[in-house]
Design a protein around this ligand. Structure first.
Ligand code: HEC
Length: 255
């Protein structure tokens, strides 16, 4: 039995492709880069084409089944099926290729990287190891004043932060869906409840760009609030975050 020439050509291509993958995967134990594989296959396809269309006779032989499919009246059914399946396949394939991927990058992101020991914002240097919220003392000394500061912090939050972090501080603001990494959920026990106010001050004033390298390769959309809020506003919004969620910041005394 003679294998049709077209099928022969297809088998040669499939065999070479399988061979490349096998050599790299099994013998060299390497993943072959797709750009390299595409380049190899380009030359293999070109070579196969030249061999199989070497003279007129062999060209005709290889083209015959395609010609028959397109022209032969008795193959109408088959033709319709092929003309439906092929475009559908390429449509599906292109869709899969273009579809954005939300898979995590291979490297894991450190959500709470260690802060630097000092941060330079508002033209000053702050020692993060000793920095405290200047308004925190009013919680005991003057509860009324404290409540007013929290209220002002709430206003800062609603004006600036809720778009991403959500009006319930749960990280589900209207913009949150489009962001990756997602805005953090302050109601979660794993975020601000674990942190000191100095840490929040650092994160809020320097935002995503202030994150150290271990927090990459994902780019955080958290803005650099040093550019938009005063120092007092940052401290007040921090008061608000703890007050609303009912958590207390971690403090140095408890360590
Ligand atoms: C454009 C969206 C956006 C806005 C607006 C925004 N944030 Fe964020 N924020 C993020 C994202 C995304 C993250 C998570 C990635 C990261 O840690 O940088 C984050 C992280 C944080 C963190 C770190 C929490 C932790 O557990 O490490 C704090 C604190 C924070 N935001 C406070 C604020 C405050 C306060 C405001 C308003 C003044 C604000 N954010 C406004 C997007 C935003």
């Amino acid at each position: 039995m003679k294998i049709p020439r077209l099928l022969q050509a297809i088998l040669v291509l499939a065999g070479v492709y399988g061979g490349f993958v096998l050599v790299f995967d099994v013998i060299l134990e390497q993943v072959i880069p797709s750009s390299l594989l595409n380049m190899y296959m380009f030359f293999v396809v070109a070579g196969t084409y030249m061999v199989f269309t070497f003279n007129e006779e062999s060209t005709e032989e290889i083209v015959a089944p395609i010609k028959a499919l397109v022209e032969d009246p008795s193959k109408k059914m088959m033709r319709n099926v092929v003309f439906l399946v092929v475009p559908l396949f390429f449509g599906w394939f292109t869709f899969q290729q273009m579809k954005p991927s939300f898979e995590a990058p291979l490297e894991l992101r450190t959500i709470h990287p260690a802060p630097p020991s000092a941060v330079k914002v508002y033209g000053k240097r702050y020692n993060l190891l000793t920095l405290e919220n200047p308004f925190r003392k009013f919680e005991k000394e003057d509860p009324e004043k404290f409540a007013e500061l929290v209220r002002q912090g709430g206003a800062v939050y609603i004006k600036n932060c809720q778009y991403c972090h959500g009006d319930k501080l749960d990280g589900k603001g209207p913009y949150a869906q489009g962001l990756n990494p997602v805005p953090l959920n302050f109601q979660d026990i794993g975020t601000i409840a674990q942190l000191q106010e100095a840490y929040l001050f650092w994160r809020i004033t320097t935002g995503g760009p202030g994150l150290p390298k271990e927090a990459t390769p994902w780019l955080s959309a958290m803005p650099v609030w040093e550019n938009f809020l005063s120092e007092d506003e940052v401290w007040k919004v921090i008061l608000f975050l703890y007050d609303y969620t009912g958590y207390s910041p971690r403090s140095w005394e408890h360590e």
